[in-house]
Design a protein around this ligand. Structure first.
Ligand SMILES: CC(C)(COP(=O)(O)OP(=O)(O)OC[C@H]1O[C@@H](n2cnc3c(N)ncnc32)[C@H](O)[C@@H]1OP(=O)(O)O)[C@@H](O)C(=O)NCCC(=O)NCCS
Length: 168
C-alpha cells in the first residue's frame, strides 16, 4: 500500500471510492445518497483542495483524504479542515485510514499549516491528538464532535467556517 498525492488520472476512482465509502453511512438519513464525493469534486474545482492523498494498492485506489483551508472569524489563519476521509469498505480496519490521517497531518506540517480542524468521532480522531478546544467553535456542530489539532501555538480563537463546498 502506497500513499501519494492525487494525480489527474485518479479523479474518477477517487469519486467512486468516496461515494462507496459513505454509502449507507450511519450518520446519513436513511435512504439519503452520499454527498461527500461531491464535496471533494467541488473543492478541487474551486482550487481549494490543499491536500489530496490517495492510498493505492496494486494500482487500485482504496483510500482518500482531503484537506482544505478553513477560515477563523472569516480570516485566513493557516488552519485547515480535514476530510472527507474515506477507505473502501472492503479494506477498512487495516490501518489505511490512520495512515491517511497521519500523512495528511504531515503534509500540512510540511506546508506550514498552523492547525487542523474536523468534524468526527472523538474515539477515532483522539488517537491522532485531535480533541475539543473551547477557543474554536463550528456553528451548528456539537462541540464534542468538532475536533482540532493545533500544529503551532498560540491557539487562535473564533468561529470556524469550512469551504462553501461543504455546504453542497
Ligand atoms: C472511518 C474510516 C475512514 C476509518 O478507516 P479505517 O482504515 O477503517 O481505519 P483504521 O484501520 O486506521 O482504524 C480502525 C480503527 O478505527 C476505529 N473506527 C473506524 N471507524 C470508526 C468510527 N466511525 N468511529 C470510531 N471508531 C472507528 C475502528 O474501531 C478501529 O479501531 P481499533 O484499531 O481499535 O480496532 C473508514 O471506516 C471509512 O471510510 N468509513 C466511512 C466514511 C467515514 O465515516 N469517514 C470518516 C468521517 S469523515
Amino acid at each position: 500500500m502506497n500513499i501519494r498525492s492525487e494525480c489527474d488520472s485518479d479523479l474518477a476512482a477517487i469519486n467512486d471510492l468516496v461515494y462507496t465509502a459513505f454509502l449507507n453511512h450511519p450518520q446519513h438519513a436513511p435512504g439519503a445518497l452520499p454527498k461527500e464525493h461531491t464535496i471533494v469534486n467541488n473543492l478541487r474545482a474551486a482550487g481549494a483542495l490543499f491536500v489530496s492523498l490517495v492510498a493505492e494498492d496494486n494500482g487500485v485506489i482504496i483510500g482518500h483524504i482531503a484537506m482544505s483551508e478553513v477560515l477563523i472569524d472569516g480570516r485566513s489563519d493557516g488552519w485547515y479542515g480535514g476530510g472527507p476521509l474515506a477507505v473502501h469498505p472492503s479494506r477498512q480496519r487495516q490501518g489505511i485510514g490512520s495512515s491517511l490521517v497521519d500523512r495528511g497531518i504531515q503534509a500540512l506540517r510540511e506546508r506550514g499549516a498552523r492547525g487542523v480542524a474536523l468534524v468526527g468521532d472523538p474515539k477515532y480522531y483522539g488517537r491522532f491528538g485531535f480533541g475539543p478546544a473551547p477557543e474554536l467553535v463550528l456553528p451548528g456542530v456539537p462541540p464534542e464532535y468538532f475536533l482540532v489539532l493545533p500544529l503551532e501555538l498560540p491557539m487562535p480563537a473564533g468561529s470556524v467556517s469550512f469551504h462553501a463546498a461543504f455546504g453542497c
